[in-house]
Write a protein that binds this ligand. Sequence first.
Ligand SMILES: *Cc1c(COP(=O)(O)O)cnc(C)c1O
Length: 224
Amino acid sequence: MVIKKNIESLKAELPATCRLIAVSKTQPVTLLRQAYYAGQRLFGENKAQEMAAKQKELPADVEWHMIGHLQTNKVKYIAPFVALIHSVDSEKLLEEINKQALKNNRVIKCLLQVYIAQEETKFGWGIDEVPALLHPEFATAYPAVEIIGLMGMATFTQDEAQIRNEFGSLKRLFYTLKQSKLPANVTMMELSMGMSADYKIALEQGSTLIRIGTAIFGERNYQA
Ligand SMILES: *Cc1c(COP(=O)(O)O)cnc(C)c1O
């Protein structure tokens, strides 16, 4: 079974400090089940309704990770169960996550998505914007949100030096923040970086969560 083999060989490459997220967007539930029975428990999706539908079909011990751009009007679909939202990229979204978390009587863990790529299509905060966002009132503004780290995507390029530089800039921000005085609901525990094409460089730069789709499930079929 190729999915099982892919998961096992990826896991064998990971240091103890890094966990594997199986990015299952567009994939049918039958393939998620194969990954589940191979021992995979962390799954990443990029559409709220697709995640909510799959959540109903898989066992309750799956950890669901939202990795794609999230519109505020979609937060409600995942707020009851989502384990971690990697793609927090605006204060408007923070407000909505806080509101939906309160409604569901829980605290929702999030990462701040930081813009590190030389591409115009990527969402996220600029590196310089993050310290100002984490002002002392952040904890009273978003009491039902817990920020536990940062997420970033490198430029889609063959240039490994550039990718290494971009991940390196996120790593530096992560360690700078880790050593600063942060609001009560903010810690720097997780650094989400690395996809199928660039996860080896991300590991070398200290990633704690790699998000792997293609290298587990094969090419995505968007027509399906
Ligand atoms: C799709 C996606 C991935 C996985 O990409 P692969 O190249 O298939 O591993 C990782 N992160 C995000 C944010 C994605 O949207």
